[in-house]
Structure formats: structure tokens, C-alpha cells
Design a protein around this ligand. Structure first.
Ligand code: OXD
Ligand code: MN
Length: 578
């Protein structure tokens, strides 16, 4: 493989630090993937699933203390602390290198170091970007094959000799005490040691495409967002593309590949996690999905919640930390209403009902996007798809209406900045507590979030018609703790209203926080949601909102004078309107 001398030198330096027994350059071929799988079956890293019913599927069981992203061990290492901002963990670059260097020095002795040149984004797209990562984990290499475009194609897309994000990954000893996930955006560099799991280890995803990506996007004038991308096709065949930011494990993958319950309407999947969005020459926002596959949360994926997701993982899928049936098929909570007898849990121990979950709550499937039955014919279009609307969605039992529309771009950015959510198992820590998560980017913004809001505001003058911005919350409950909205396939009814608003047809009524659907504007035929319950799902309660906005003011205060004035103004105006 012809690589630049800058790449070669960086790889040599990585080997000098970590001292692998041998270095293997990955070409991304099917033969290479098959070889890796064979090796991992031999050494027990992978277990074969039932090849008759789940052909090409394997199970990986991670170390029990390495099961989710560890945000407390994730750092942005900028020269100036303020450039990382108050919502990121920060470490001085030199100190970070001394600390992690101690864990990495000689860490690959006796191991192979694989070099993975990878492309984030479709081949031939000017929006795609290159990374070169090294790792001592065969599981990471195989997963990167599914999640990115690996090999020569990456090198071909380098715009100059040093146009790549360098990523150094080692499993180390997998101990949380010697784990660090470090980002050096000023050096286009990632160091990750001590975890082999998901976003900590598949460096193309959260580390590159979001944390370093968001930094690069700001420098280069585009947006790197924690967003799914979907196309809503109406009965006339017209497709409207939307990008939606949602926190981890909040129904994002389900929405990205939702099967419409509305006759004549259909949803096409472009991406389920990350969107890179550029302004084209006509002032239109265009988005690509930088990833090649899905690393989705398995629990609660079922033929009811996500029929496309269930179908796509029937072959060529690496499962991580799911349970296994005696027939060697994968199983997780929610897949079927009753668990099959004789399950082995995610750690391989016999499981019986009544104890902990059989599958880890953050167990995952890794699969090529092309296997998704709803994958859009445009998903690899080098020009990207035109974005007509943004959705900010979070998981909130109370306060936040099912859907409402921002008054304008600035108000929409304010609504995104105001987002908070109830935490899930995708990160280590307590589940179900409300935390601030502006635009679902709190764990992923590689720089000061006040500057990030400013960057969003700064996009507006460059846009011919700024996309409309919407807020959704599928998770609102009534006083008895019952969901007010059925969700899943019925969410297409909400998407239809959103498309209507974008086209100027959907009816709305104004509230102090934004425009909600007018009575009758969302079709409720065929579902058991009474108009009264629907109104309850949309209700804006002044007292709850005032309290929420007060807390929000406290959040803004940490950014001091760096917080953009228009966001502060939108906040104050909302308080006045309530
Ligand atoms: C993910 C996450 O894995 O957001 O997508 O945690
Ligand atoms: Mn995500």
C-alpha cells in the first residue's frame, strides 16, 4: 500500500512506544476479515453463532468491567483549558501523554499491531475524511471493517501528506484504573488505552467522527453532529431528508430505520448515529453518513420496535455481550416477550429469570449498513443528501412536549442548547437521571460548547433557506407513569407533520416555547390515542418550564462571556412569554 511518509513515520513512532512483535497493514479485504474471524474463533475472542440460522454471525464477550463508554476517563487535551470548555474533561497535552504513555509503553509486546487506514464517508465525496489507527485488538480491526471503509481507499482520499487523524489504540490490560481516552484536536491525534469497547476503541466513531470531527468541522466551516439521517417519502414519491440528534440509547437507531404505520409513507435510512453536514454552493445543507455500518444497542430491538434492525442482524453480524440460546442464537431483553429456556448470559454463565439481565443493557450488534432493508438508495451519494429539517430529541418523562417547532434558526439553536435527557446504559454511571445534553453532543463535542452554539448560529447567513428545527420527546408519561404516545412505527405520524411544516402545509398553534401541531393536524386514525391524551402529550406547563429554564440559566452561566448573546436572548424571551 502506498502511504505517505508522514503516515509511515507516525506508525513507526507508535510501534516505538508500544513495541509490538509484528506490524500488519490492513487492506480491508474480505479475505482479511475472514482471516481475523478465524484467528478470533481459534483464540476464543469470538464464538460462532448458529451458522444455519445466523450465517456469518459471531459473539464477542467483553471484559466485564469494559462494557460501555467511560466518559469520566475521556479527555479533550487542548493547550488552553478554556478551549475544551466546562463540559469536557480536560488534561494538558503534555501531562496526558506522560500519563497514558506510561500505560502504552511496551503495551503491545507479544502482540500484533494492526495499522488501519480508514475513510469516514463515501468514496469519492469531498466531505469524507481519513484516519489511520493502530490497534492490538483483532476485534477492533474486524469491527472497523464493518464501521468504516478500510484500506487503499482511505489513502487515496488524503488531501495532503498529513491529512489524516492519527489514532493509537491498545487494549492495555483492560483495567479501568489504567484506561484513558484522549483527544488532541490541535494535533489531529487520538490516544485510547485500557478499553476494547465500542466508542472507546472503534476510534473512527465517537473519537474521530465527533470529537475531533467537530473541531475540524468548526475550522473548516461544516457541522459534525451526533445525528441520524433519514428520508421521509410521501405517497407521491417525494423524499424529504431530516437529521435528528438524540442521546445514546434513546430510540435513535429505531427511528433511523422506522417502518411506517401510515399507508403510502415510507422512511429511508441514510445513517443512524453521525452526520457530517456541509453547505453546498447553492446554500443548501447536505449531509453524509461518515460510517459504513451500525453499532447499535441490542436490547429492546425486536420485530415490533425495529423490524428492519431485527432483519439486518440475521447474518454477517458481530454481537457483543448479548445472551445466547442453546441453539447458539443471540437473545436480548425485549427480543421476544418470554426468554427462551437454557440461556447463557452475556458473560457465558447459565441464566435464569429473576436475576440480572441476560444480555448486558449496553450489548450491541455491529453490521454493515448495506444490510438494512430500509437503506436509502442515496446513502453513499458523494454529494450527500439535502437536509430540510433538524430534529432534537431526548428522553424526558415530563415537561417536554411530544413535538414542537422552533420559531426560527436562532430559536432552534436555543432549543438544541436547552436539551436535557434521562441517562441510559450506553455510558457507565447511573441510569435514569436527568442530565444536560445539548444537541445530544455533551459527550462528543471536542471543544467549548459555547463556541459550538456560536458555530451553529454562524451557519445561518450561509444558508439560502435555513432548515426548520423541531424538538421531539417520545418518552413523556402521564401521572400514572404510562407513555402518552405509542412511539416506534407511529412516530411517522409526527414525521409527516414535520414534513408538512417544512412544505408549508402542516397546521400549528403557537405556544410560549414553540409551535405545536394544531388540533387535527396529526393523524390519529387507527391508533388508540384519544385527542385528550394527544393534547396532554403536547401540553406546555408554565411552572415546569420556568423551573427548567432557571436550571438552564445556571448551565449557561458556566460559560461566562463566551456564551453567545442570541442564545441568552432566546432564553430570556421564552421566560417572558411563559
Ligand atoms: C453510541 C452512543 O454508541 O452514542 O452511539 O453511545
Ligand atoms: Mn451515538
Amino acid at each position: 500500500m502506498a502511504v505517505t511518509s508522514v503516515v509511515e513515520k507516525w506508525v513507526d513512532d507508535a510501534a516505538g512506544l508500544t513495541r509490538p512483535d509484528r506490524t500488519v497493514w490492513c487492506d480491508g479485504s474480505k479475505a482479511e476479515y475472514d482471516r481475523l474471524v478465524e484467528e478470533m474463533l481459534r483464540d476464543g475472542t469470538l464464538l460462532e453463532m448458529n451458522q444455519a440460522t445466523y450465517p456469518g454471525c459471531y459473539l464477542h464477550r467483553s471484559h466485564p468491567s469494559d462494557v460501555a463508554r467511560t466518559e469520566q476517563l475521556t479527555f479533550i487535551c487542548t493547550g488552553a483549558k478554556d478551549d475544551a470548555g466546562p463540559t469536557n474533561n480536560w488534561m494538558a497535552p503534555a501531562e496526558a501523554k506522560v500519563k497514558a504513555g506510561a500505560y502504552l509503553r511496551g503495551a503491545m509486546r507479544g502482540r500484533t499491531m494492526w495499522v488501519i487506514p480508514y475513510l469516514m464517508g463515501p468514496a469519492g465525496s469531498a466531505m469524507s475524511r481519513v484516519g489511520v489507527m493502530v490497534t492490538d485488538s483483532a476485534y477492533v480491526v474486524a469491527s472497523m471493517h464493518l464501521m468504516a471503509r478500510v484500506g487503499q481507499v482511505a489513502i487515496q482520499h488524503m488531501r495532503s501528506d498529513d491529512d489524516f487523524i492519527a489514532g493509537l489504540h491498545s487494549n492495555g490490560d483492560l483495567s479501568p484504573e489504567r484506561r484513558l481516552i484522549l483527544h488532541f484536536p490541535e494535533e489531529k491525534l487520538i490516544w485510547s488505552v485500557g478499553s476494547g469497547y465500542g466508542g472507546n476503541a472503534l476510534l473512527g466513531k465517537k473519537c474521530h467522527a465527533l470529537r475531533i470531527g467537530s473541531w475540524q468541522a468548526r475550522q473548516e466551516g461544516w457541522l459534525a453532529e451526533h445525528m441520524l439521517i433519514l428520508g421521509v417519502e410521501d405517497p407521491d414519491g417525494r423524499v424529504t431528508y431530516l437529521a435528528a440528534a438524540m442521546p445514546s440509547a434513546s430510540g435513535k437507531t429505531n427511528l433511523a430505520m422506522v417502518v411506517s404505520q401510515l399507508p403510502g409513507w415510507r422512511v429511508w435510512t441514510v445513517g443512524d448515529d453521525i452526520a457530517w453536514i456541509h453547505v453546498d454552493a447553492r446554500g443548501q445543507l447536505r449531509a453524509i453518513n461518515p460510517e459504513r455500518g451500525f453499532f447499535g444497542v441490542a436490547p429492546n430491538t425486536s420485530p415490533k420496535t425495529n423490524p428492519n434492525g431485527t432483519a439486518m442482524v440475521r447474518s454477517n453480524t458481530i454481537f457483543t455481550n448479548v445472551a445466547m440460546t442453546p441453539a447458539r442464537e443471540p437473545w436480548w431483553e425485549g427480543l421476544t416477550s418470554t426468554p427462551p429456556d437454557g440461556l447463557l448470559d452475556w458473560q457465558g454463565k447459565p441464566w435464569s429469570p429473576g436475576g440480572g439481565p441476560a444480555a448486558h443493557p449496553n450489548s450491541r450488534f455491529t453490521v454493515l449498513a448495506s444490510q438494512c432493508p430500509s437503506i436509502s438508495p442515496s446513502w453513499e451519494d458523494p454529494e450527500g443528501v439535502p437536509i430540510s429539517g433538524f430534529i432534537f430529541g431526548s428522553r424526558r418523562t415530563r415537561v417536554i412536549p411530544l413535538v414542537f417547532e422552533a420559531f426560527d434558526w436562532t430559536h432552534g439553536v436555543f432549543l438544541g442548547s436547552a436539551m436535557s435527557t434521562e441517562t441510559t446504559a450506553a455510558i457507565t454511571g447511573q441510569v435514569g437521571v436527568v442530565r444536560r445534553d445539548p444537541m445530544a453532543m455533551i459527550p462528543f463535542c471536542g471543544y467549548n460548547m459555547a463556541d459550538y452554539f456560536g458555530h451553529w448560529l454562524g451557519m445561518q447567513p450561509r444558508l439560502a433557506t435555513p432548515p426548520k428545527i423541531f424538538r421531539v420527546n417520545w418518552f413523556r408519561k402521564d401521572d400514572d407513569g404510562k407513555f402518552l404516545w405509542p412511539g416506534y412505527g407511529e412516530n411517522v405520524r409526527i414525521l409527516k407533520w414535520i414534513v408538512g411544516r417544512i412544505r408549508g402545509t402542516g397546521k400549528a398553534v403557537e405556544t410560549p416555547v414553540g409551535n405545536v401541531p394544531a388540533p387535527g393536524a396529526v393523524e390519529l386514525d387507527g391508533i388508540s390515542v384519544s385527542p385528550a391524551r394527544f393534547q396532554a402529550a403536547l401540553a406546555v406547563h408554565g411552572d415546569e418550564w420556568r423551573q427548567a429554564l432557571e436550571e438552564l440559566g445556571g448551565f449557561y452561566d458556566q460559560f461566562g462571556g463566551r456564551m453567545p448573546a442570541p442564545i441568552r436572548q432566546a432564553h430570556e424571551e421564552t421566560l417572558r412569554r411563559l
